[in-house]
Ligand binder design. Structure first.
Ligand SMILES: [Ca+2]
Ligand SMILES: [Ca+2]
Ligand SMILES: [Ca+2]
Ligand SMILES: [Ca+2]
Length: 184
């Protein structure tokens, strides 16, 4: 992303070299990050800082108040395959829906209960589909809209048909016939 000349009161450069030996890096858990230095950030890129030049430079934030001319633009690409109309893991939900919720589009069951969210019907991530664990979270949220701005009851994880509303027909009905099901 950037190189610093030291740990404090440092100048910045766009690449490591000379006095600039401390790299500023961006990492993502699942995917890749790409950063550029340009006058404006392209589609999909976010401005993380602005700098006054390519070396011996000053740095500022991106809030538009006294920015420097060059923007540090970064994009994070998910490692997940979010192709619409494809259900890679055969858990009944297409990859684009799983990326939206989000659940793991490449796995039909959690590998780490409570943490790794993989099966859209297993809302509480315990490998079982139950009324108490997975349907009860909908209570009080029916009719909620995803916005902007989102309603107070909105929870994107529950919008199984990706229509930006939490409804009985679209999002609770998929549980019918699946209560008691489990995955391994
Ligand atoms: Ca799937
Ligand atoms: Ca899945
Ligand atoms: Ca569950
Ligand atoms: Ca919905």
């Amino acid at each position: 992303m950037l190189a610093l000349s030291g740990a404090t009161n440092a100048h910045v450069a766009t690449s490591v070299g000379g006095a600039y030996t401390t790299e500023v890096c961006l990492s993502v858990a699942d995917g890749t990050a790409d950063c550029t230095h340009d006058a404006s950030c392209g589609a999909g890129y976010q401005c993380l800082a602005t700098i006054s030049g390519t070396t011996n430079a000053h740095v500022a934030d991106c809030d538009g108040v006294a920015p420097y001319a060059t923007k540090v633009c970064c994009e994070v690409e998910s490692g997940a395959d979010c192709t619409p109309g494809v259900d890679t893991d055969l858990d009944g939900f297409n990859n684009d829906v799983e990326c939206y919720l989000p659940t793991d589009p490449a796995d039909d069951c959690t590998n780490d209960p409570g943490v790794h969210d993989a099966w859209p019907l297993d809302v509480n991530i315990d490998t079982f589909v139950t009324v108490v664990g997975d349907v009860l979270p909908y209570s009080g949220r029916i009719g909620a809209w995803g916005g902007p701005p989102p309603d107070a009851g909105w929870m994107q994880r529950l919008d199984l048909n990706m229509d930006n509303y939490i409804t009985v027909v679209g999002d609770v009905l998929p549980f019918s016939g699946n209560i008691g099901a489990s995955c391994t």
